[in-house]
Design a protein around this ligand. Structure first.
Ligand code: NAD
Length: 357
């Protein structure tokens, strides 16, 4: 019996990149006992929900999942399945490594940073009031009274909770990640000069946690300065840890620095469970065409192998992906050189698998 792993195929290009990932991960020789389940728009009719309970139960049982992207209808329909999975399983850490791959077009080279994003708090907590509701009016009155500051009558209100516990566990996670992967420095990113109590608390807790890791250098950066520094001196940074909103933005910035969504992996990790997924979405316009680049989900598979303790296999898979991309012979349309023939999603995965065997 291999490692039990839940595979959520997703929708749009999800099933194709998921199959490609299975092919590549299996080729490492690490035995995986795949439990294949489905979520998203395609199961709505059958189960009446895009996230059937048996999908969550499967992850609770296997503890580890890898997932293809899932469509979220804009402005109507169901809430994001991706966000729901993170919430229901308390996956508080979002890990997004950005590492340059030779052969992927980018303005930058030699990028090797990891963004650790808090996944549960901040302006993403979902506590919002519309500008024209009685709740909005009450929130304005209450906040005005408590803060002594006027709030315009036509304002919508959003709340930014940042807790000691939420900050501590994400900063601890960042330092432990740095320790496990031989990283020398952790940088906390914030805007504590303006948001003195919320980001200020995150910064205070970060400094406190850093004292327990004397072997790892610690510093902090204000988020706007951090963006500029990443453009100018990215080599100075290794592990960046930050609250939810800054993490969302900076991780896409870093993904852009390594050549975009097609090659950017990710993971959502909690104390009990871990769900690995690409940063990109379901790219519906490419669904069913065997065109999508499978690299991001295959590299999420590298993160999964690391999580399972299969460090050697993870390294071999990473190298096989880099070799295939570097050679440019068996790559999808977005990585192919002009005038050359791209291959399909599955063919790229098979080239990676062949390289491993
Ligand atoms: P998207 O990432 O799906 O696509 C944006 C564009 O990026 C595509 O049109 C395509 O040109 C390119 N692209 C993305 N992935 C690619 C790949 N693997 N290979 C080649 N090209 C690729 O973003 P979107 O259009 O904003 O979102 C589509 C749907 O996906 C939405 O419903 C959104 O909610 C959902 N989404 C899901 C996740 C997730 O499952 N975690 C993440 C982001 C977006």
């Amino acid at each position: 019996m291999g490692y039990p792993v839940t595979l959520i195929r997703g929708d749009g290009i999800g099933p194709e990149v998921a199959k490609a990932t299975q092919t590549a991960v299996d080729a490492t020789g690490v035995p995986i006992d795949w439990k294949v389940v489905d979520a998203g728009v395609d199961v709505m009719e059958e189960y009446g929900t895009p996230l059937p309970e048996h999908v969550l139960d499967s992850i609770r049982e296997t503890k580890v999942a890898i997932k293809g992207p899932i469509t979220t209808p804009v402005g109507k329909g169901f809430r994001s399945v991706n966000v729901e999975i993170r919430k229901r399983l308390n996956l508080y850490a979002n890990l997004r490594p950005a590492k340059s791959i030779l052969g992927v077009r980018s303005f930058f080279s030699d990028i090797d940073v990891v963004v650790v994003r808090e996944n549960t708090e901040d302006l993403y907590a979902g506590i919002e009031f519309t500008h024209d509701s009685p709740e909005g009016a009450e929130a304005r009155d209450c906040l005005s009274r408590l803060s002594g500051k006027a709030i315009r009558e036509d304002s919508a209100i959003g709340v930014k909770p940042i807790s000691v516990e939420g900050s501590r566990r994400i900063v601890e996670f960042a330092f432990k990640h740095a320790q496990a992967f031989g990283r020398k420095k952790v940088t906390a990113v914030h805007k504590a000069n303006i948001m003195k109590f919320t980001d200020g608390l995150f910064l205070e807790v970060s400094r406190e946690v850093a004292k327990s890791y004397p072997d790892i250098e610690y510093e902090d950066r204000i988020v706007d300065n951090m963006c500029m520094q990443l453009m100018q001196k990215p080599e100075l940074y290794e592990v960046l840890v930050m609250p939810n909103l800054y993490g969302d933005i900076l991780s896409d910035l870093c993904a852009g620095m390594i050549g975009g969504l097609g090659v950017a992996p990710g993971a959502n990790i909690g104390d009990e469970y871990a769900v690995f997924e690409a940063i990109h979405g379901s790219a519906p316009k490419y669904a069913g065409q065997n065109r999508a680049n499978p690299t991001a989900l295959i590299l999420s598979g590298v993160l999964m192998l690391q999580h399972l303790g299969e460090i050697d296999a993870a390294e071999r898979l990473q190298q096989a992906v880099e070799a295939i991309i570097g050679e440019k012979k068996h790559v999808t349309y977005d990585l192919a050189l002009p005038g050359t023939q791209p291959v399909g999603t599955q063919e790229m995965a098979e080239a990676i698998a062949t390289r491993l065997s």
